[in-house]
Structure formats: structure tokens, C-alpha cells
Design a binder for this molecule. Sequence first.
Ligand SMILES: [Zn+2]
Length: 583
Amino acid sequence: MTETPHDLSAVVKANDIRGVAGEQLTVPVARALGAAFADLLEAPELIVAHDMRLSSPELSRAVIEGAVRRGAIVADAGLSSTDQLYCASGLHRAAGLMVTASHNPARDNGMKLCLPGARPVGRDSGLEEVRRGAEAYIAAGEIPAHGEGRAEQIDTLEDYARTLHDLVELPAGRRLRVVVDAADAMAGLTAPAVLGALEQIDLIELHFGLDGTFPHHPADPLRPENLVDLQEAVRREGADLGLAFDGDADRCVVLDETGAPVPPSAIGALIASREIARARTAGEERPRVAVNAVASRHVHEVIAGAGGETLPTPVGHAGIKRTMAARDAVAGVEHSAHYYFRDFFFADSGMLAALHVLAALAESGGTASALVASHSPYAGSGELNFPVDDAVAAAARVRAHAESLPAARVDELDGLSVHHWDEDLDPAERWWLSLRPSQTESLLRLNVEAQEHATMERVREEVRALVLGAVPPPVVAAAGTATAEHDRVAEGTSVDALGDGPALAEEAGSGDAISTCPELLPAGASGADVPGWVRAALRCPDCGGELRDVEAALQCTACRRLHEVEGGIPVLIAGRHEVPSAG
Ligand SMILES: [Zn+2]
């Protein structure tokens, strides 16, 4: 057993707790965190649940031991999805602790905490105290007994399913064939209880065995490679819809009947319009919807068009939930496929989002692709992550550039946002961008959206060059790098492989190439002839890895794919590559 670390700052993040199980998150650490969380609570009731990771049962037991030792009355809910735990916290007005690492790899684990009523716990709303308290217990080597704690078992699945069924009614008369890919994770428990129980749904199960080794694919549906099984199944089964859930089943990615992923912002727009309509029917004048700084502009337009009001919020669940509760917002939308509902204790639920999509689909009488067609009008870049040495300086360069543009409006609600989108601007000049530092690493996350695809590509390449400190290359016809350009980041706000806007499907497989400043490059050359500053600004269109020069090509240092160089110009095409062996 690895020595227990006393410093938990590496695992206690801004919005939750994450770390390598057995190394960073050991049984003594989990016990101390459970005890410290119990100390934070005003009332002693606490519901503890866990996902199907191999390390989850023992970490959950340790949390319960620690909390009971500090006088908590713990309801052990056992296997559960995160939104199922939030539901229990809301219904029982008890605090909650979920042992899960969401979409992270099998070796990781973590915890999501909430106060009674599913109220969020973030760094500035209790998580810092929990960290300090746990560190003190670990340093002391013991957790003093306090009060009269005890633990008992509860089952929360039935109440959860009933709560969701009460919130969304599916019209009778149309049966929908729905494939759900649970990724061997918690949707394998919740989808049968919620979707399988509805007579309007033919549920087709894919990877429903709860297995913490993730034998089929990682439980991260924002990465396109994890959607392949579901895409095949949707087509094979002639299904109306596909749903892919993440590890703790609080996030859901929707595929239409062709197997194409629907951008999360399009789903958000659909949900926002339904919840606004429902609230207005109930007499609310101008229902509010919280939207994070990275969601598509289309979401804001749909909200305004439906008679609602947008509340801009920073990325991350604690902030969006607090804003929603403070302003009584009906719904919340994040670009990372988190959807929040006032009627679900202001918490997020991928399953409730899926029910809204299913109801809208049944009501429409048409196909899923037709239902969402109007909800992706703009070209999105997806989320691009840039490793940088000095994030502040890089952002300052982008800010200075933006301030030199007369029509640009800059805000700093969440990192840097630049809006260059006005009705009196030419459509080719309408774009916005968001550049956010990662909470945990020296990474900058860039999202660009524009009315026109070429504009999005141009702005994306300009900002890429500014961020990387290179001279902006005169871009001839840039494209094709966005959807796969991600580093895996163990953080609550997941990387987003689903670019918002119509670019999504075409970008992953398009044959567009980046052409960089051809006059600088000698003809008939190899990867070595691609200037270093160009190479530094390029990334593998398939996985976002760095490129190194090999004979007549650039090779990705991460996925090992070869990208041809023709006449000194790198031809970067996503997909359609032979992967060299041992990749
Ligand atoms: Zn999750």
C-alpha cells in the first residue's frame, strides 16, 4: 500500500474530488474525507452512493465509516448514478456523497458532494473546509469519535424513476426504438428502471453489464471513438435514437437515427425551449435559463425567441446551480452535455435530458435528425486544448488582438470571451470565442463559433497562433483539426469532442487540409522541411497529439498516425489513416 499523502490539494479540485484510486485516493483518505464532510454538515443525515468502479465499494465503505465516526446518520444507497443520488438528496433533504470519477479511466476514482436538497459543494462552498479537515485527520492519524452515528441501507432507484416519469410525459401512440450505450457503467442500472419501464420505448441495451474495467470502451461519450459501437447499433437496429452515457450516467450524448452525434448545445436549446414553454404555460412571464460561457450562440437565440431570459454563468456545476437557485431559473445548459433542471432540485440529469428529447421526438412525428436540424445553425470548433507555459501571457496576447478590432466586445465572466457578432456586421465577420484557463493544468481551452464555417476556421487559426506565440500564419484554407484536438483532462468540466454547430459530422471526416503559407516551404520535401514554428502550431487532427518529422511525413507522437507532407505542406486529414503497428 502506498503511503497516505497528507496534502490533498492534488485531488480536491474546484468542483469535486478526483485521483488515482489506491495511490491518491486510499481507504484512509476516503475515511478522512467522509469524516470531514460530516463535520461540515448542520444536520447529521448523509446519503452515500457509489458507481461500479472496482475501487468504489471499499472507498464508499471508508467514507461511511469516517462519517459515522463523526456522528453522521448515513443512508447507504449502494450502486447509483450521480443524478440518482442528487434526486435522493433532494427528496430526503439530506446531504449526499457520490463515489465516482465520472468519465475518467478505470484506475481513477473520486467524489461528488452535495448539501441537503442537492445544493452544490464547490471550492468556495465547503470543499476547501472538507480538504483541510481531512488533512488534519490524516496528519493526526486518527478520527476522534463524536456523537451517535450509524449507517443503514436505502434503495433510491424507484423514487428516482418515479421522479423523472412525473417530470416528462411521453405521448402515447408512438413507439420509439432507442439504443442506450451504458459503457458498462451506471446507465446499465438507471436506463432499465427509467426508459425500460415506459411502454412507448423499445429499449435496446448495449454494454449494460456493470463492469469497472470498462471492457468495451471508456465511459466518455464526448470522445467520438467511444460512440462507434452505438453508431453501428443505431444503424443496425434501425433505431430512432441513440443515447450514450458517461461513467456515473449524469451526462448523456444523443445520436440521431443516422448515428450522427447531436451537439450538446442543440440538445440544450431543445430543452431550454421546452422548459420555457412549460413555465410560460404555467404563468411565468419571462422564465430564465442559465447558460455557460461556451454554449452555442444559438442557445441564447432560442431562449430569447421563446420569451425567456439567458443568465450567463461560468463553466462548472457549482456556479451554474447556484445561479439557477438564486434566480429561480427553469433550466441550465452547459456545452459539455450537462443539463440542469429547476424541477430536479436545480441539479443535472442526463436521463431527464434524454426523456425531454424522447418526448420532443415523439411529439414531432418525424425523425431525430429533422428534430434537431434547426438547432445547429452555426459552425463550432469544438473545445481545443493548448498546453502553454504562461497562460496569462497567452490570453493577454489574444485580448490585445481582440481590443484592436473595433467591433469586438470583450468580457471576463469566465476566462476571456470575445464577441464579434452584430447584426450590422457582414455574416462572414460574425464570430465569438472563449479562451479559458484549465483549473488544474497549464492548459488553455479555446472554443470558437461563427456564422460561417470558413470564418470559424480563420479565427481558430489566428487564435491558435497567438496562443502558441507564433506569428499568425496567413491561412489559405484551414480546416479539419477541431474535433479530435483534445488532451485528456481529469477535470469536472470535461473536454468536449462534440463541436457545436453543423461542423460536427463533416469535420471529423472531411478531407479539408491545413495549408500553411506555401511560399515559405520548399517543394518536394519531407516533414523536416515543415518549419518548426508551423509544426509547433499544428496538432494531429485525430487525437490532438504533437507532430514530429519523419520521412516524407509528420507523425503524431501520441497516436503514431502518419500525416503526409506534399511539397513541404502538411496534409492533415482527420480519420482515414493507417495506424502503424504498436500504435
Ligand atoms: Zn459524469
